[in-house]
Structure formats: C-alpha cells, structure tokens
Design a protein around this ligand. Sequence first.
Ligand code: BG6
Length: 509
Amino acid sequence: MTRAWKNPLRDPRDKRLPRIAGPSSLVIFGVTGDLARKKLMPAIYDLAHRGLLPAGFSLVGFARRDWEHQDFGELVHDSVKEHARTPFKESVWNRLAEGIRFVQGTFDDDDAFDRLAQTVKDLDAERGTGGNTAFYLSIPPSAFPVVTKQLARSGLADASDETWRRVVIEKPFGRDLKSAKELNEIVNDVFPEESVFRIDHYLGKETVQNLLALRFANQLFEPIWNANYVDHVQITMAEDIGLGGRAGYYDGIGAARDVIQNHLLQLLALTAMEEPVSFAPRALRAEKVKVLSATKPLEPLDETTARGQYAGGWQGGSKVPGLLQEGGFAKDSTTETYAAVTLEVQNRRWAGVPFYLRTGKRLGRRVTEIAVVFKRAPHLPFDSTSTEELGQNALVIRVQPDEGITLRFGSKVPGTTMEVRDVTMDFGYGHAFTESSPEAYERLILDVLLGEPSLFPVNEEVELSWEILDPILDHWAKKGAPEQYPPGSWGPPSADEMLERTGRNWRRP
Ligand code: BG6
C-alpha cells in the first residue's frame, strides 16, 4: 500500500510528471552495462531532481564486481554527471546517495541473493521503503531464468497484501515466438502478469505519446485516417552510428529483432489502432493487441522485404569500419544492420494500405519519423505542366530529433502562371512549448514505481510482434549474407527497389 506523502522538492506548477512515487526501492541487475550507466541511473537522478521520488527512495546495484557501497555510489555519481538531463545539484545528489547500496555476487550465487534480500529488508527498516521493490533486469535474456528463480527462492519476489514486488524486463523479449513464450512463462511463474513491466522505451517518448493526442484529441485527422485517403505509411528509424562495442548483444540479433519487433511495431500499432474507449491501461492495450493481430507481412517476401549490412568507408569526413571489421563480430557474420519490411493491417480501415517499416545503422542521419502519405487528388483541374512538381500530401510525425509534426501539401508558386509545388507547415515542440520533455526512461521508471502499466507492452503484444516477424526472419535465414551498403547512405539498393516496384519511393528525411 502506498502512503500519501508530500514532497517539498516538487514544484506544484510542474504538470508534466505530476505523480510522485510512493515509498519504494529499486534493484538494478546489470549496473555496469551501457544502459544502466547512460540511461537508468541518470533518469533516477532526474526524477530525484524533479522531486518525484519518495523521501526514503533507495537504489541497490547488484553485480559481480568486488565493490563496496561507495564504489557503486561513484559509478552512479559519474554516470549522473555525464548523462543526466537536469543540472547536478549537491543537495539532490546527497539525498539520493544516502539510499545507495551495492550487493556483490553472481546470478547463481544463493548467498548473494540472500544478502540482497537482507539489504532490501534493512533499507525498509532504515529508510521506510514500505516493503515495495522493483527489480530491473538490465541483463541479457539468457540470464532472466536464473535471476527470476533466485528472486523467487530468496523470497524477494513475494509481495503481501500491503506491499508490491515488480519486475522490469528489457528487450529483446526472446529471439522468436517460441523463445518469447518460454521466457514469458518463466517470468510469469514467479511474477503475476500485472507485476511484469516490459520496457519499450519508445513508448516513453513524448512524441510517441503525442500520436494519441494528435489522433484522438482532434477532429481534423481521424476522418481521413484510413484506406480511402491514405496511400501508404512509412515508419523510419534511422541511425548514423555503427555497432562498435555492441557485438556481444547485436551479432546474431540484427536490426529486425533489435528494433522492428518492438519499437517500430509499437509505432505501427499506435498509428493504426482504433480509438480506445479510454486511456485506461486495459483499454489501450486491448486496441494494440487487436491491431497487431490483424498485421501480417505482405508476400512475396523476396520483393517486399530488404536487408543489408554496412560496409566500411567514409562517413561525415571520417573513415569507419564495416560491420565485419567491427571488434567482436564474426568475420562471416550475416547479421543485418538494415532491415525493411512491408506489412498490411488486414482490417476494414487499412485493407490495401502498405505499412513500410525500415531501420538501419550508419545511415545518412539519425531520424525517427512516421509519415502518413495520402493518395493523390482524384482529379487535378490544371494543365499537366502546372502540377509536375506536386507530390503527395503527407503528415509526418517527427519522433526525433527536431520533434514535431509536418504537413506537406501543394501550394501555388507566386507568379503569373499556375504552378503548384509542395510546401510544408510545421509544428515544432521547441517553438510551441517552453517545457522540455522528460527522457523516456524517466517517465517509464516513474510509471513502474507508481504501478502505472499503460506504456508497457503486455505479453500478448510481444508474442504477436514475433508472429509478424518470424516468417520474415525465417525467410532471411535461408538466404546467405545480406547486401552491403556504404556508410552514410540510405541502405542497400534492394530497399529502394522494394518500393520502386510499387511505384513509390522512400522519403529522404
Ligand atoms: C535501442 C536499440 O532499443 O534503441 C539500439 O537496442 C538503438 O540499437 C536504440 O540504438 C535507439 O534509441 P533512441 O532512443 O536513441 O532512438
């Protein structure tokens, strides 16, 4: 049970993340990993800085290193200084630091988990964490079974009527439908589904949540949000960085499993789903499940999908290695760093509208966007030369960077002749609002502590996403090495051909 507590640090005018977590502690497994250092610990500090954590909030790190509490404290301190969004304030840090503990051990070490159980208990007695603890598994999925079993064995997973225990799991949730099911079973054996929080950090992004506001708070867009008006949808997640240092995670996983299975399919679900009866977690998730059940890959897969691997070369004035030269990757790795797929949402609203999803590393620039591209007007009462430069109307949700929305439409070029050309109308977060957006992990960690599950995909969504992707992955597995593409380009030629075949082109954001 969470006690009412008023936090003196919190600015009551700040409406962005208005709820404060109740008494609780957070245990992180995998504290020395990139994610913990770059995202999780800074996000915890940012929440503390904004007064959204309870007074006795405590953070426990669990890792193999032979560390004392203060060594872990230093790691948190450095990662906060380097990566936190909000300014470093001694008073905030000191308060947070009082609740930092470290437990040394490996995942198969019963004693270590018993010590962890004791630490969590002591923190409750010393700092009033209310017996409420979340366990963040920032570890490879192969370690989920042993850690969840240890949490069960040591009693750490046991909630009571008055207290909660939650588990947070990071993607990848398996590597196909079969392994995802096995994983879900293992986790659900120990934690009931309502205590499992599967993180998909794209759902914590402000611009992604705004998709719901755009669609369902306005009258303007929904009437044309269907196959009568929409020609196709392009969902792009492009990154300019390579995979140096990430071989351990990425080799054998590839772009489709890394981000299409989760982030991009979640973006598709939010773009294509029906209006939920409310934004209550159950209602929202039910609509996502429905739309994902209707989503299928379009065949033949040889023509409707493309994959590639970045080659070495020059990018932005620097010489960069190809994937096969990156340290740690197998010299004959067939892991794709670029993936594009064509999906269809087989329901009345979307029948016949292709959804093109693409993602890649070492592409021209970092950009994530959802472009809803509309059909051409059925008739153009102009000379054909007047509209030679007119494209298709498009509504582009710019997820990042340069967060905002662009509407593209035709307009007369000033002059004595009738010439129509594309122009854009822009909404930019930076111009429209003075408030800055919280980081996705800030929002999601707070939601875990609050027990607010809306932004976390349920088991069924994860399994449906694998069901969509599995046939494509199987198809690719039968083909040899992916096509190479130059760094700084927009992917392999086969990706362009995939769209050209249908008379369309990828956007060049
Ligand atoms: C992660 C992927 O989920 O998202 C990474 O594993 C990717 O490969 C990252 O780089 C991108 O996140 P963001 O928030 O920077 O778009």
